[in-house]
Design a protein around this ligand. Sequence first.
Ligand code: 4NP
Length: 160
Amino acid sequence: MKVRICFVCLGNICRSPTAEATMRHLVELEGLDAAIHLDSAGTGAWHVGEPPDRRAAATGKRRGVRVGGRARQFQADDFDRFDYVVAMDQNNHRHLIELAPTEIDGKKVFLFRDFDLDSGKGQDVPDPYYGGDDGFEHVFEVCAAAARGLLDHVREKHVL
Ligand code: 4NP
């Protein structure tokens, strides 16, 4: 059984595809592709079907990380398909808890940066959509650090 992780932001074109890509990069480096399934989605539907924001893709490309996929909206029945539903910010987190069909599903919802032991609890991945390119650089760094912490957590918890 794979460990299944879905990263969730608002639009699924900036932060959650970057989170998924940084996590996949680490998972591949550590030879865990067969053990961990990764996906991402948005709480909103505005960008469904679109590729990642070109600024997110360009930032990943400069660092040798492919930020890909197509945007989709997170659905309540996604809770059946994932073990970890990882929110990029507090708003996404609240939205996901409201959407969770059961209390057990609600316990699958985590805040991404809580896995980064250096960032402190309750921190958001800041929304870069309306800002400049430097916002995307920052998002990439924040995601890479949180992905490291999440992978350490998953390896320990699931003995991988
Ligand atoms: P994301 O960024 O949630 O990181 O994908 C956003 C993308 C689009 C919008 C907001 C945030 N929007 O308002 O369309």
